[in-house]
Ligand binder design. Structure first.
Ligand code: MG
Length: 367
C-alpha cells in the first residue's frame, strides 16, 4: 500500500460551555482543529486530527499544523503507511521537532494499518485491556462557587474523576480546591492542575493549605526544576504534564522520582507511535497515566480511546472525551461518553468516518 494523496480540512469546534479558561487568564472559545486524510492506492483512507489548545499552551498552533503538513506531505507520497518506522524516518528527516505536526499524520497511518489488518488500533497497540475507559472532566477556571456547581453537574452526569483548572491567585485556588473536594465522595478523584501558572512560593502555599485533602497536584510551575522543588516538599501525589514532552524528560523525571502520574497527550509527543513508547515505559515504571490530547473532536477522541483501551487498567487514571465538550460532531462512529466511561467504536482502524459532505472542500490537497 502506498500513500497517493493527503487532504486537509480546517474545522471550528465551538465549546458547549462557551469558553474554556485556565491559568494566567488564557482561554479558548472556538477550537481550530485540523483533519487530515491519507489516501492510498489500496482505496483505503486513514484519518488523523490535531487540535492545539490555542497558541499559548504548548509550542503548537492551529495554522502551524497545516503549515507543517504542507511542508512534510510531499515527502510522504509513495511511502507505505503501514511501515511506521519508515514514515517516522521520513518525517524526522524532513522536519526537526514539531511533534504536533506529525501527530495527525501518524494517527492516520495507524488508522490505515488497522484497516489493512482488519483490526482495531487498540489491538495493534497491545490489546484491548481496558474496554471500559474511565473519563475525567476538566473544570474550567472560574470563581470557586461556580466551579463547584459545575463539578456537581458533571458528577450528576456520571463523571467520577475531575481536574480543576487552578494556577491563578493562590488564595482563590485554595478556595476552589476546598469547595470542589467538599462535594465529592471519598472514592472520587480530584486533580488540581495549575498548568505551569504558579511560582514555587504560590504552589507551596496551596499545597500546604490543602494537604489534609485527597487530591493530586498537576504541573504547578513553568520549569521542571521549580515543579520538582514543590514535589520534594509536599506529601500530595504529583502529576507532570507540560514538562514531559518526550522520552528524555520522562527518563530524567523518573530518576528524580518527580511524579506519580504522567499526562500523555498524543500531539504533545507526536501521535500514537510516540505515545505508545512513553505509555509502555510509564507502565513499567509503575506510574499512573492520563491518556488524552491537547484538544480535539471526533477523530482525536477515537484515537484517545484506542490508546487508553490498550493501557493497563491499574495504570490508567483516566482519558478524555473531548468531543463531549464541543457542540460539533463531524464523524460517524466516534466514541461517546456513557456516564463516566467511554468504549471503543466497533470496526477496524480508529473506527471513525468523517462526514465529508458536511465539511466542504479541503483547505489544501497534496498529491
Ligand atoms: Mg495538564
Amino acid at each position: 500500500m502506498r500513500i497517493t494523496g493527503i487532504r486537509v480540512w480546517q474545522i471550528d469546534l465551538p465549546l458547549a460551555e462557551g469558553s474554556y479558561q485556565w491559568a494566567g487568564g488564557k482561554s479558548v472559545q472556538v477550537f481550530d482543529t485540523t483533519l487530515v486524510a491519507l489516501d492510498t492506492d489500496a482505496g483505503l483512507t486513514g484519518w488523523g486530527e490535531v487540535c492545539p489548545l490555542g497558541p499559548v499552551y504548548l509550542p503548537a498552533y492551529a495554522e502551524g499544523v497545516r503549515g507543517g503538513i504542507r511542508e512534510l506531505g510531499p515527502h510522504l507520497l509513495g511511502l507505505d503507511p503501514c511501515e511506521h518506522g519508515r514514515l517516522w524516518q521520513a518525517m524526522d528527516g524532513q522536519l526537526k521537532g514539531h511533534p504536533f505536526v506529525k501527530s495527525g499524520l501518524d494517527m492516520a497511518a495507524w488508522d490505515l494499518l488497522g484497516k489493512a489488518a482488519d483490526l482495531p488500533v487498540a489491538t495493534l497497540l497491545g490489546g484491548i485491556v481496558t474496554p471500559e475507559i474511565p473519563l475525567y472532566r476538566a473544570i474550567s477556571q472560574r470563581p470557586a462557587k461556580e466551579m463547584a456547581a459545575n463539578l456537581r453537574s458533571h458528577r450528576d452526569a456520571g463523571y467520577r474523576r475531575f481536574q480543576l483548572k487552578v494556577g491563578g491567585d493562590a488564595d482563590e485556588d485554595i478556595a476552589r480546591i476546598r469547595a470542589c473536594r467538599a462535594i465529592l465522595e471519598p472514592s472520587d478523584r480530584l486533580v488540581a492542575d495549575a498548568n505551569t501558572g504558579w511560582l514555587a512560593a504560590d504552589a507551596m502555599r496551596v499545597v500546604n493549605a490543602v494537604r489534609d485533602l485527597d487530591l493530586f497536584i498537576e504541573q504547578p510551575c513553568l520549569t521542571y526544576e521549580e515543579s520538582l522543588s514543590v514535589r520534594e516538599r509536599t506529601t500530595l501525589p504529583f502529576v507532570l504534564d507540560e514538562n514531559i514532552d518526550g522520552l528524555e524528560p520522562l527518563l530524567r523525571a523518573s530518576r528524580d522520582r518527580a511524579m506519580d502520574m504522567v499526562n500523555i497527550k498524543l500531539s504533545k509527543l507526536g501521535g500514537l507511535t510516540q505515545a505508545r513508547l512513553i505509555r509502555e515505559l510509564c507502565a513499567r515504571l509503575g506510574l499512573l497515566m492520563i491518556v488524552e490530547d491537547s484538544w480535539g473532536g471526533d477523530v482525536t477522541t477515537a484515537a484517545i480511546a484506542h490508546a487508553a483501551a490498550s493501557t493497563p487498567s491499574r495504570n490508567l487514571f483516566a482519558a478524555t472525551d473531548f468531543n463531549g465538550y464541543v457542540t460539533r460532531s463531524f464523524a460517524d462512529g466516534a466514541p461517546r461518553r456513557d456516564g463516566g466511561i467511554m468504549r471503543l467504536p466497533p470496526g477496524p482502524g480508529l473506527g471513525v468516518t468523517p462526514r465529508l459532505a458536511e465539511l466542504g472542500e479541503p483547505v489544501f490537497t497534496i498529491d
